[in-house]
Design a protein around this ligand. Structure first.
Ligand SMILES: *[C@@H]1O[C@H](CO)[C@@H](O)[C@H](O)[C@H]1NC(C)=O
Ligand SMILES: *[C@@H]1O[C@H](CO)[C@@H](O)[C@H](O)[C@H]1NC(C)=O
Ligand SMILES: *[C@@H]1O[C@H](CO)[C@@H](O)[C@H](O)[C@H]1NC(C)=O
Ligand SMILES: *[C@@H]1O[C@H](CO)[C@@H](O)[C@H](O)[C@H]1NC(C)=O
Length: 495
């Protein structure tokens, strides 16, 4: 007996040691969730059908077709409004655990508020959600993905101080109609990108060119709107529905050639902390570096107050802690050094941030001008988030690779595999609390200012066929296999 138990212990020790280095061990925990992402305006089409109201992107592309690289718009897009069954079939083929899609605010509330409830819009999403649930695919819903109701833009849009109230009211409708089946909610997608493009530089709808002021007001309203939607859920819905609320922010990772961690931190605070520090940090409020810089720059410009809005003590407390998980969208990284101060003439987020960015010649270049493949940047970000926000639960809500739509998409396969390897390492070697990964995107779609000229899909969509035929790309089979096995191919593919 004694001998046996010693043997058992030895055996146990052996299994323990051997187990941790076993080459065919899974790369992801059994509970890890894999998904794919889309957004309403980019795939749905059906822009004026069944009572849908116009969004800023409908009006923007109609009045300024010249801003879109190929002169296209989202009127039909991938026509998912009419192809829900095909989309479900694709999700089943891929074998995803969840589907992250967004709801078109103006399909539900054509005027943006409760004066215009549209039953047919609710019916459309009920149909989609029911089919997902019937196929054991968890719905993960983004409430706002850039498509603001045009009626709200008429009164100042995201810079109107009433915006948070409008948003809470919309969120309340979503919880009421869909919350029995939807357990994962993201209030907003990429607030910093949206606010800089739409209300700062003004290069995207609604084309408000108010750099240095507009982008900060926009983000300020978004985090307040997010907090209102969160508190409303906790007060009126959580007990019955038991879901989770988060927000998805985008960021690059910043490497420093001189290993100056302060520059890495500066870049991340200006990109990610701007949105997430008020919600996820222990202290709440905007990052200290932004408060100090922007107050000082504003003073030099002769202003009486800072261009970065002040969050008072009670507002800070109201916003702090209003999230159950952290959504991260990651595409690329940069090297960074401190940029020169640009003077008082043209204030902007960019000139406040002073991030002098460059790329490494070894980074592979994708189809989009900004796209360089830097998988290690995702690992860097996940580790930074772990330290900065007390190992919060993270879902990588977007990550993807742009090309010309080719079916033999080896670039996407390598990008997907190597980014997932970084996620696996972050979990296994660094203890990062990452619970899910969602690839952008299920299918080719309307890529905003790039139109259909840059493709991110696992499915090719033929934009000139009336049926918007979907054809699986090579990457689809690779992702399917990863999801099935929770393992990554050892061998690096090259492209
Ligand atoms: C925004 O305004 C600035 C200053 O007037 C101008 O230089 C810039 O070209 C404008 N940008 C756009 C996108 O209109
Ligand atoms: C980083 O910031 C800290 C605190 O502000 C400062 O003491 C330190 O010198 C900085 N390090 C570098 C490399 O700039
Ligand atoms: C950015 O860095 C490059 C290379 O060090 C330098 O030549 C350039 O002047 C810098 N630009 C700014 C705005 O600081
Ligand atoms: C796309 O559809 C058009 C029209 O139906 C067809 O002529 C063309 O061959 C299709 N292209 C591809 C790549 O399938």
């Amino acid at each position: 007996m004694r001998c046996r138990s010693v043997l058992c212990i030895l055996c146990f020790v052996f299994v323990e040691i051997y187990g941790s280095v076993k080459p065919n061990e899974n790369d992801f925990p059994a509970t890890f969730k894999f998904g794919v992402s889309t957004a309403a305006f980019q795939i749905e089409g059906g822009w004026n059908e069944d009572g849908r109201g116009p969004s800023i992107w409908d009006i923007g592309t109609a009045t300024h077709p010249e801003i879109i690289a190929d002169g296209t718009n989202g009127n039909i897009a991938a026509d998912s409004y009419h192809h829900v069954d095909r989309d479900i079939e694709m999700l089943r083929e891929l074998g995803v655990n969840f589907y992250r899609f967004s709801i078109s605010w103006t399909r539900i509330l054509p005027n943006g508020d409760l004066s215009s409830m549209n039953r047919l819009g609710i019916q459309y999403y009920n149909g989609l959600i029911d089919k997902l649930v019937a196929n054991s695919i968890e719905p993960m819903v983004t409430m706002y993905h850039f498509d603001l109701p045009y009626e709200i833009q008429k009164i100042g849009g995201l810079t109107n101080p009433l915006f948070p109230q409008y948003f809470e009211s919309y969120a309340n409708v979503l919880y009421s109609y869909f919350g029995d089946r939807v357990k994962w909610w993201m209030t907003f997608n990429e607030p910093s990108k949206h606010c800089i493009s739409a209300y700062g530089i003004g290069e995207e709808p609604p084309f408000v060119n108010a750099t240095g002021i507009g982008e900060y007001l926009c983000v300020d309203n978004i985090i307040k709107a997010h907090a209102r939607a969160y508190h409303r859920y906790k007060k009126d819905f959580f007990k019955q529905q038991g879901g989770k609320i988060g927000i998805s922010a985008n960021s690059r990772f910043f490497f420093s050639r001189t290993k100056d961690r302060n520059m890495t931190d500066r870049g991340l605070q200006y990109c990610l902390g701007w949105i997430m520090h008020p919600i996820y940090s222990k202290s709440g409020g905007y990052p200290g570096v932004m408060i100090r810089d922007i107050a000082s720059n504003s003073q030099m410009e002769g202003r009486e107050w800072s261009r970065l809005p002040n969050l008072d003590v009670s507002t800070k407390a109201y916003i702090k802690g209003t999230a159950d998980f952290f959504g991260l969208n990651y595409y690329t990284s940069r090297y960074v050094e401190l940029g020169a101060y640009a003077g008082t003439e043209n204030p902007s987020w960019e000139n406040d941030a002073r991030l002098n960015c460059s790329v490494d010649p070894s980074w592979k270049k994708g189809k989009s001008s900004w796209s360089y493949s830097v998988p290690e940047g995702l690992g860097g970000l996940l580790r930074w988030i772990k330290e900065e926000y007390d190992n919060v639960e993270v879902i990588v809500t977007e990550n993807g690779w742009p090309d010309d739509g080719r079916l033999n998409d080896d670039g996407r396969i390598e990008s997907l595999t190597e980014h997932l390897r970084q996620v696996s390492k972050a979990i296994k070697e660094h203890g990062c609390n990452v619970v899910g990964y969602s690839h952008w995107s299920l299918m080719d779609n309307f890529e905003w200012l790039a139109g259909y000229s840059e493709r991110f899909g696992l499915y090719y969509v033929n934009m000139s066929s009336p049926e918007r035929t979907r054809i699986p790309k090579k990457s689809l089979g690779v992702y399917k296999k990863i999801i099935e096995s929770k393992k990554l191919a050892e061998k690096l593919l090259t492209f």
